[in-house]
Design a protein around this ligand. Sequence first.
Ligand SMILES: [Mg+2]
Length: 334
Amino acid sequence: MSKLPDASRKLSGEFELIARLSAGIRLSRRTILGPGDDCAIVSRPRGQTLFTIDSMVENVHFDLRWGSAQALGARALTVNLSDIAAMGGRPTACVVNLAVREGIATRTLERIYAGLRDAAREASTDIVGGNITRARELSITIAMLGEVGRAAMRRDTARPGDEIFVTGTLGDAALGWRILARKLKPRGNAKKDRAARKYLVGRFLRPQARLYPGQRLAALRPAPAAIDVSDGFMQDLGHILERSGVGAEIDASRIPVSPAYRALMGDNLVHALTGGEDYELIFCARPGLRESELSRRLRVGVRRIGTIVRGRRVNLIGDSAPNIAGWDQLRSRG
Ligand SMILES: [Mg+2]
């Protein structure tokens, strides 16, 4: 065995590690064979199969000093769950790749995995396989399977006349990130400010995927066009408009923001319109749905914020429509 190249010997340690990280995973009956073989075996899903992948990379999407490794693991899973939610699906199984750099303690990896396990259990999703590789940066990549009934929600089905809705509030995660990155200066009332900051940081570090609302929406006929807010409201709405070949009129005064957002930003909506990682849903439905009825059925606040129109433009109306010129710089985090 001494003739084996160094890399191969290192790998055996990684096999042990992945076995240890996978040890606490509980699997549903859908999974026929979980971690430990060349492939997992999962039962054939019902309806149509959804399949998605996402990565979170150190110094791009997270900084280990910002929060617990456990929250980071949960957030990595949420990013994928949110894509399943945006299609109206139920997540069923996922595989995880951890790329690990020098200097990362095994304890940190165990905590990341603990967060992944908890979030997966909460979403009734099986972690059916894992892999560990050496790399220059720490990153977590997850590929996820889901199932959806007859009609998934897509980006390419918005039609002129559709009403545009959004769940929850926008811009919280962007402000949370700015607080952690020390890009937002404290204002006036220190005590009130502290509570608002705590809330916003929590929205960034521990986002929730809108799985239940997505599933309820997908049951509407016709199923709405939908997307999750990962890159920012304007950009993500833009994906629906582009894929559907339509434009939109957005009433800026109806953009939903949290009391914490308002405490820090007042009427400035720039982060609500352009900030990413809220993992709320934007959906476009045939007219006639009422906000209050939707909120009740989806079990989350729903706000009607505009209308799909002919053409390709986004027209932002309302008193609080911000200056559009600064958006591109604000959008990039570099
Ligand atoms: Mg998405």
